[in-house]
Design a protein around this ligand. Structure first.
Ligand SMILES: [Fe+2]
Length: 251
């Protein structure tokens, strides 16, 4: 029988791992949180969309999409990115607060962005970088509002994609706004957000181009360049904090 260290927080799974692993594997196999019917494929004949379709305001003049019929995929994806950028702005607000809290423990809680990117000549402090990234997310939000209006849509109406995205982002917002989470845990969440952001803008640019909106596609590709930088920075910061701070309470 193994001796249990004093003041140990070991659980039974550590003391006797095989049964615990078997139990977890079994749970994963049999756990069905909701009915199979509920997670089945969406059937437009049988179910409602998660939100209203992206229609157009009546006073915007000639629009490029009809106000009836199914939602256009471009407007839905624009609404989706709009919801994402709204959440992104809020997430950077929270990350700035989290960074300032970490600074009370360690003044250099994050290195300058230029030191983790491998290139770039930005002479920003970490908080200046965070505030710039936050401002860019807000710029992207504004750009999307303009694009939706230009296509005859209404940026205040929640598209199905926007609804799903808002739900998905709510978990990340909870992580960032939880006073118990560390800076590293928040950066981990931000890496996931920025990865998704990059994929989303890349797809949106392709979709705009294939929809004949070449001007919008060019603007979206310019945004993608900024998002690639965002990902590079938060990824570098995460690695820096995790690798340089072998202290569980901080990481
Ligand atoms: Fe971003």
């Amino acid at each position: 029988m193994r001796a249990i260290p004093q003041q140990s927080s070991l659980t039974g799974a550590v003391l006797s791992p095989s049964p615990a692993i078997d139990a977890m594997a079994g749970h994963a196999e049999v756990a069905v949180p909701v009915s199979a019917a509920a997670v089945g494929l969406f059937d437009p004949q049988e179910a409602d969309l998660l939100a209203s379709r992206p229609g157009r305001p009546a006073l915007l003049g000639e629009a490029k999409v009809p106000n009836d019929g199914p939602p256009t995929i471009l407007l839905d994806k624009l609404g989706e990115r709009l919801a994402f950028e709204r959440a992104g702005t809020r997430l950077y607000d929270a990350l700035i607060l989290k960074y300032r809290a970490a600074q009370r423990v360690s003044a250099d809680a994050l290195p300058p962005a230029r030191s983790v990117m491998g290139s770039g000549a930005l002479l920003e402090t970490p908080v200046e970088t965070l505030e710039r990234l936050r401002a860019e997310e807000l710029d992207h939000f504004t750009l999307l509002c303009r694009a939706i209006v230009r296509l005859g849509g209404d940026p205040t109406r929640q598209t199905p994609g926007a609804n799903v995205t808002a739900r998905a982002c709510s978990g990340f917002v909870q992580v960032l706004e939880d006073s118990c989470t560390t800076l590293a845990q928040c950066l981990n969440a931000m890496v996931a957000i920025e990865l998704a952001d990059n994929v989303g803008w890349e797809l949106l640019a392709r979709l705009a181009d294939e929809s004949g909106e070449s001007d919008l596609a060019r603007e979206f590709l310019a945004v993608l360049l900024q998002e690639e930088e965002h990902l590079s920075i938060v990824k570098g910061w995460l690695a820096s904090v995790v690798l340089d701070t072998p202290n569980l309470s901080v990481v």
